[in-house]
Design a protein around this ligand. Sequence first.
Ligand code: EPZ
Length: 421
Amino acid sequence: MEKFVIRGGRELHGTVKVSGSKNASLPILFASILSGRLELTNVPDLRDVSTTCTILEFMGFSVERSADRVKVVEKEVIPEAPYELVRTMRASILALGPLLARFGRAKVSLPGGCAIGLRPVDLHLKGLSKMGAEIEISHGYIIAKVNGRLKGADITLDFPTVGGTENLLMAAVLAEGRTVIRNAAKEPEIVDLAKALKSAGAHIEGEGTDVIVVEGRRELSPISYSVMPDRIEAGTFLSAVATAGGEITVEDFPVETLKTVIDKFREAGLEIEEISPSKVRVRKKGRLTGTDITTQPYPGFPTDMQAQFMAAMCTAEGISVIKETIFENRFMHVLELQRMGADLKIEGNTVVVKGVERLTGAKVTATDLRASASLVVAGLGAENTTEVYRIYHLDRGYERLEEKLKALGADIERVPSELSY
Ligand code: EPZ
């Protein structure tokens, strides 16, 4: 086990390059089940990427990784994703649609809940059933099969689920006939998945809007694609400067995909200059002002930035009202931030932040990926030393975060943890 030791109070200066997107890489890697072959570049070196590659190997694909490149080639496929692997990464459910579409059957462990909520997959299953899949749940597994091919269908999602949209989009590209996905999620990572599928000949229109139309095909050619940069990682660096101060340039990410986050940080008083469509310069020129946010599906304020924004508001002047509408339990970081002296009050799905002058360093424990990021961000600006335990949560979604922060002037070390859990 490892922990971060952060000596707070140092401003950040310099330039940081964003890695490839975790939430685009994972669905595109599972899309290799549809095409049989895939070459992907700009893939970040993350635990979740490794888990996905392990699942693909377990299924009978050969996977080669070197630097940011991943090559997947189909061998003898067993369309199953076992509990032991799925329990470590909920996104494994994204194997279901591709396995059904390509092999007509699938046995995928039901992903359990996680720290941030129940996270059911009912909308995934409802949509696949509409496409002709027979689905039963037995002993914690989803057992699905279809006679012949999946059939295109007109599907309206009760909620713009990101994973549900991705599963149905991937199922639709090999289904017979036309599929329309209404109330589809519009996240940029879905657009990236669609582009990767189109690179292999898929017929998709409307990605990035709430109506996606797919004309199914019999087969796809190999996927060859470069993953989009990680907009949430970019946003996390904005939070770091908002908390620790200084001036940095964040480059190589699609600035327009982070518009609501940039607007909110500007509203709070952070100076953000858009130098190009893929580069911003961020400067903190004084104490920030408390600012309200409500998380929403894209293009609203992303839930994956809620914890990091909260960390920055802990030392802003005045009140910030932070409302989480996507997950029912995404406030695990609140208790840990309170231990650093933050003045936070949970009221249902809202947290009222009352800004304090400064946080004080403490020993804190990460509970989930973005909570970990918020504790690191808080530690960068806090007095004295902050130790963040269970940083394996952070390694799921950030590539070499401590190295990137160190290069910007932060005093942060990854060291063995004296605690065994
Ligand atoms: C994706 O999760 C992301 N993960 C999450 O990022 C992100 O927070 C989330 O989308 C929302 O943007 C990946 O892309 C790998 P959802 P996903 O289906 O697909 C409910 C991170 O930190 N729901 O849009 O699981 C669900 O319970 C991670 O990088 C149903 O009720 O999100 C949740 O409350 C965390 N039934 C809400 O919808 C369903 O069938 C949003 O879930 C599906 C979802």
